[in-house]
Design a protein around this ligand. Structure first.
Ligand code: NDP
Ligand code: MG
Length: 388
């Protein structure tokens, strides 16, 4: 191929989505050049990526991480630190993949859009928390926001036939599919005894620990309702959740004439990653390819919103608006961390979030400093609730 390669910045390169993005880049070396990466604590893995792809710019969390990484590498690489590092690397590539975990990914989302880049977004937490602020920077010249999250990537594809009027008047509703997680069909008694091993055993996807726990509580689906609304500018009352245990139909769009469009594939995140990197081109590969020569069963059922109150909690956060989604996501991060550190039971994760949400005082979220204040307050209330 003679045309210039697209430069890619991959932030969160050492994580689950990061590693799968590298897989795509490995088979698409003629199209893409990995120019910068960032990671957290897995420094030898980060150093290995830098060597393999001959990356020139790296960002890490702290000075200590920088010193360790510099020791691991033999120079020739610029190592930046903290939010400023993430911001700089998010402003200087054609495509920015935000695969950082949690609220820490916020600088990437804001900087990539403000700089007019294509943002391939896995990090849903930043969009959910900062939706009103993201809406403002999204209009920057050249900026493009493409979802890696499989459900939203499916919807992006199913919306291709909709006239791009604001709010999509031809669309009746978005149908987000959910596998139902490892606890689908469990009763309260069983859920009270759910262990960490149970929660981390996702039936259809292999993902990072935080999102795997979020899938077990269905908070992931709640967050995805907020994510869909922020991405497509469709109010949450037109976003529904439907359980589809096979994770083959990644989501659907129902139009006002009753037509339902769906996107199907085997569950493989490399497909949405490749979609976001390649658009408008479809990259030819076998990730996610379905075998229709074998029997394929697709079933759908309603979500159990009594056993899994995280979903109604997310709708309520959406209706309250302003900083309420930021509170939901921040309190959830605290509760999931506590669960993963064996400090609380699975059954207590969502009550911690609900308890923090009880302290939310309406805030329109009109500045970045207001967002950081709200994030800190929500975390504080969640920590207080853990201590009780
Ligand atoms: P992982 O925990 O596997 O990876 C998180 C990545 O973020 C790691 O590379 C980690 O570094 C890095 N990181 C953490 N903190 C920082 C920081 N301060 N600065 C730079 N890098 C940092 O998570 P996943 O890959 O599963 O998920 C990433 C995001 O994608 C999440 O927002 C998740 O919701 C979303 N997502 C994931 C899906 C999946 O299939 N995994 C599907 C849809 C969305 P290190 O490991 O070195 O500490
Ligand atoms: Mg998803």
């Amino acid at each position: 191929m003679s045309q210039a390669r697209r430069s890619v910045s991959l932030l969160g390169a050492t994580g689950n989505i990061g590693v799968q993005t590298l897989d795509v880049l490995r088979v698409e070396r003629e199209r893409f050049e990995l120019v910068s990466v960032a990671g957290g604590d897995q420094l030898s893995e980060l150093a290995a990526i830098v060597r393999e792809f001959d990356v020139k710019n790296v960002a890490v969390k702290s000075e200590r991480h920088r010193d360790e990484l510099v020791d691991l590498l033999d120079g020739g690489v610029e190592v930046l630190v903290g939010d400023e590092g993430l911001t700089e690397l998010s402003s200087s590539a054609d495509v920015v993949v935000n695969a950082v975990l949690g609220f820490a990914g916020l600088p990437v989302t804001l900087a990539a859009l403000a700089a007019g880049k294509r943002l391939a977004l896995a990090n849903k937490e930043s969009l959910i928390a900062a939706a009103p602020l993201v809406a403002r920077v999204r209009d920057a010249k050249g900026a493009e926001l493409l979802p890696i999250d499989s459900e939203h990537c499916a919807i992006h594809q199913c919306l291709a036939s909709a006239p791009a009027h604001p709010g999509y008047p031809d669309v009746k509703r978005l149908l987000l599919t959910a596998s139902g997680g490892p606890f689908r069909g469990w009763n309260d008694e069983q859920l009270k005894g759910a262990s960490k091993e149970d929660a981390l055993r996702h039936p259809t996807w292999s993902m990072g620990q935080k999102i795997t726990v979020d899938s077990s509580t269905l908070m992931n689906k709640g967050l995805e309702v907020l994510e869909a609304s922020a991405l497509f500018g469709i109010e949450v009352d037109r976003v529904d959740v439907v359980v589809h245990p096979q994770s083959i139909v990644h989501s659907m769009v129902e139009y006002v004439d009753g037509s339902v469009l769906a996107q199907l594939s085997r569950p493989d995140m490399r497909l949405p990653i490749a979609y976001c990197l390649g658009l408008p081109e479809r990259l030819a590969h076998h990730f996610g390819e379905l075998d229709f020569t074998r029997a394929l069963e697709l079933t759908f059922e309603p979500a159990d919103l009594v056993a899994f109150p995280a979903v109604p909690l997310a709708y309520e956060a959406a209706r309250r608006g302003g900083a309420a989604p930021a509170w939901l996501s921040a309190a959830n991060e605290v509760a999931v961390e506590a669960f993963l550190a064996d400090r609380i039971n699975w059954f207590d994760v969502i009550p911690v979030v609900a308890s923090a949400m009880d302290h939310y005082v309406a805030d329109p979220l009109d500045s970045l400093s207001a967002l950081y204040e709200n994030d800190a307050l929500a975390r504080q209330w969640a920590h207080d609730s853990l201590a009780r």
